[in-house]
Design a protein around this ligand. Structure first.
Ligand code: PEP
Ligand code: MG
Length: 317
């Protein structure tokens, strides 16, 4: 099977009915661009920058130059293909320091991701400046995790403008970035219209979207059996977000585990998704599903699946 998959490495990801599908890689460090290119990923859809920040002695976060070098290495590593850099998403399942127990009762509902960044504006500005400088070397997108409030969007945009002004003031070379929002809190999926005009693209983070929709801690073994990507409520949110972005002409991708699960590919294609970002090890298996798919036949079927009482059973039909 691995040999069979290797044969489609250079085959463009186009469905039987001619729909082009973008297969992107999720990476955690610049060297992950090698496995991404080895399977012909057409870009990085999610660079989880928190891995640069984690496991360091407390108070010693990576400085601007260290971050710039890492982001630039990823950008250059992709040889002109786009790289989506997500602002740091620490907290909950990704603590800055694993040796320290988080004393908060519900860290997944606490000061994580963009909430933490906005509470530490100097840290966020440092990261944004590093990203803008890396953008002078290739196509860079900046992706913001865990947005729920319009106020947060305004704060992000103000800090982005401030970072640019700081770079201009010091005559530092920087480039343009496209700004994207992750849809991973149900509120953001339900009130997507609030965000639409503020962003160039959207990326659906199904891992957290499932966690928050079903109230299931994604790292708690005792409720793992209830963590269900095919729950009708989850599918309704994912389908609604894809449809709304498409209606508004905004690029939308899925970057959670769902995007890398080949048993989900046909459903996501049927819901209108044309951009998937996943661990490089999944790209060829997902591509195989894309090559066999006819989206004209999948549309109606996908609607039936998401409207059914038991999508898992309906999927088998
Ligand atoms: C997600 O939540 O689906 C996602 C891609 O982000 P992470 O898994 O890093 O929280
Ligand atoms: Mg997430």
């Amino acid at each position: 099977e691995r040999q069979r998959l290797a044969r489609i490495k250079n085959t463009p990801a186009v469905t039987l009915d001619g729909e082009r599908v973008e297969l992107l890689a999720n990476i955690e460090q610049p060297s992950d661009t090698l496995p991404a290119l080895a399977v012909s990923a057409v870009g990085v859809g999610l660079f989880r920058t928190e891995f640069l920040f984690m496991g360091r002695a407390h108070g010693k976060l990576p400085d601007e130059d260290e971050q710039y070098e890492a982001y630039r290495a990823a950008v250059e590593g992709m040889h002109g293909l786009p790289v989506t850099i997500r602002s740091v998403d620490v907290g909950a399942d990704k603590p800055l320091d694993r040796s320290r127990v988080d004393e908060h009762l519900n860290p997944a509902l606490g000061l994580r991701a963009i909430r933490w960044s906005l509470s530490e504006p100097a840290m966020f500005l440092t990261q944004v400046r590093a990203v803008l400088r890396a953008a002078a070397h290739g196509k860079v997108n900046l992706l913001i995790p865990m947005l729920a409030h319009l106020r947060e969007v305004q704060q992000v945009k103000a800090l982005l403008a401030k970072a640019r002004a700081q770079l201009d003031a010091s005559a530092a070379v920087h480039g343009p970035v496209r700004l994207g929002a992750m849809i991973e809190i149900p509120a953001a999926a339900l009130a997507l219209r609030l965000f639409m005009k503020h962003f160039d693209f959207f990326s659906i983070g199904t891992n957290d979207l499932i966690q928050y929709t079903l109230a299931i801690d994604r790292v708690d073994e005792s409720v793992a059996h209830l963590y269900d990507p095919l729950h009708p409520a989850v599918l309704q949110l994912v389908a609604g977000a894809i449809a709304e972005c498409r209606d508004q002409g905004k690029p939308v991708s899925v970057c959670g585990e769902m995007a890398g699960d080949p048993t989900m590919t046909r459903l996501l294609l049927g819901l209108g998704l044309r951009s998937f970002s996943m661990h490089p090890s999944q790209i060829l298996a997902v591509k195989q599903q894309v090559l066999r798919a006819d989206t004209r036949k999948l549309r109606l079927w996908a609607q039936q699946v998401i409207e059914s009482e038991d999508p898992a059973v309906q999927m088998a039909n």
